[in-house]
Design a protein around this ligand. Structure first.
Ligand SMILES: [Zn+2]
Length: 416
């Protein structure tokens, strides 16, 4: 049975120092998973905005009913005289959920049974929110003839990895409850620009929103609140997290078009030992994987209200900056038999966040998940291992700016 890497860099947007493939491959080899090894972890981060919830305006997909906080006092008081307009804070709040990396399999040889039907059933109860998002870490396409990997030579180790699932798999994302998928990452162009375009078409056909292409600002109207979602990575064809000037510019543009701005970003080095966030640029395999600390602050300064990070394949801590939550990494959500699952590589979770229309933080929740089995199927983790790791990393890395995480996963901002 072949082994697979956690992920591999694809086309660095600006990485003149990219090492020879042989070097990267050696490193990747150390990160590989063996499909069939049980127990993989996944992080499902659901960001939920509380309140009346949103209905996706630009999306054919219907918004999911808010499951966080039912607005208090929703009942009308019929006996009251025409009341003066009173602001109901919950009325302008929305719930959002988000997950880390999603891989459902690798066509044609390594796909889950029954055509992938029910792949997300175990985790589905954790996902509902007014806007449900995930990081799609693979193309959804038929074979394009333009895969990035050369044909393997008999007797030689497979050193290049590309993942795809057929277009029919888009419906599994719909079944899970996803509304919007991020395509800014190192695998979205595994099958070239044709594969990338095919992915967008497959998502469109399924009624799913997507974001991640350069200058793509996806605006979703969620129950009257306009939410702009953008995707960033260090790879060509996506908004670049390496150029803070351009990043701030596109975020500021998004802020002009919407009430809330959500940034999806594939940032940071990869691997089990990469759980920490330190100020400074992170390099991996000779590539500049960005400065998560500086990037997150820059885009919040430019108008972002929530930062959803992924890419390291492990969860990282969370902090607040100017009242905005930064989730540095949601880790892996679904492995598809392609991602390693041992130890913390298999731990994941669901982050839910509720934001007011003005971007202020209302509440948050993290629920741990894990993926396992030959096909990396995600499920709830009753041992809350990802929550424990996030809590520890948050304490280690952020001090007073760190998010306050309770034992049950509730998230709140630190006292100021
Ligand atoms: Zn990746």
């Amino acid at each position: 049975m072949s082994i697979h890497p956690l992920s591999r860099p694809d086309t660095p947007a600006s990485s003149p120092e990219t090492p020879p493939r042989s070097t990267m491959d050696r490193v990747f080899a150390s990160l590989r998973a063996r499909p069939g090894v049980s127990a993989a972890g996944a992080i499902v981060l659901l960001v939920t905005v509380v309140g009346l919830g949103f209905s996706a305006v630009t999306s054919p997909a219907e918004a999911v009913t808010a499951q966080w906080h039912a607005p208090e006092g929703a009942a009308v008081t019929p006996t009251a005289a025409p009341a003066e307009p009173t602001a109901d804070p919950a009325a302008n709040a929305i719930s959002m959920s988000a997950t880390g990396d999603i891989i459902m399999g690798d066509a044609p040889q390594d796909l889950p049974p029954n055509g992938g039907k029910g792949y997300f059933d175990k985790i589905k109860p954790l996902l509902p929110a007014d806007l449900v998002m995930g990081n799609l870490e693979q193309p959804i396409t038929d074979e394009t003839g333009t895969g990035k990997c050369p044909a393997p030579k008999p007797g030689e180790p497979v050193n290049c990895h590309q993942f795809r699932v057929p277009p029919s798999y888009a419906k599994h994302l719909v079944d899970a409850g996803f509304d919007l998928l991020n395509t800014a990452n190192n695998h979205s162009r595994d099958y070239g620009s044709t594969g990338f375009t095919n992915t967008q078409k497959a998502l469109d056909a399924a009624g799913l929103k997507h974001t991640g292409a350069t200058n793509q600002i996806t605006v979703v109207d969620v129950k009257g609140v306009k939410v702009a979602v953008l995707g960033f990575s260090s790879y060509a064809g996506n908004n670049s997290l390496l150029n803070l000037t351009s990043a701030k510019k596109v975020v500021a543009k998004a802020a002009e078009q919407a009430d809330l701005v959500v940034v999806q970003v594939h940032m940071g080095a990869e691997g089990a030992e990469k759980s920490h966030v330190r100020p400074g640029t992170e390099n991996f395999l000779g590539e500049n994987r960005g400065n998560p600390h500086a990037f997150s602050r820059a885009v919040i300064d430019a108008g972002a209200d929530l930062i959803i990070g992924h890419g390291p394949h492990v969860v990282r801590g969370m902090e607040f900056y100017k009242g905005r939550l930064i989730a540095y990494s949601l880790g892996n959500f679904a492995g598809g038999g392609q991602l390693r699952s041992e130890g913390r590589l298999g731990w994941g979770g669901v982050l839910k966040v509720t934001l007011n229309k003005d971007g202020s933080f209302v509440s948050g929740q993290f629920q741990s998940t894990i993926f396992s089995g030959a096909h990396g199927v995600p499920q709830p983790d009753t041992k809350d291992r990802a929550l424990g790791l996030i809590t520890q990393m948050t304490k280690d890395d952020f001090g007073k700016s760190g998010a306050v995480l309770s034992a049950d996963g509730a998230i709140s901002s630190p006292a100021t």
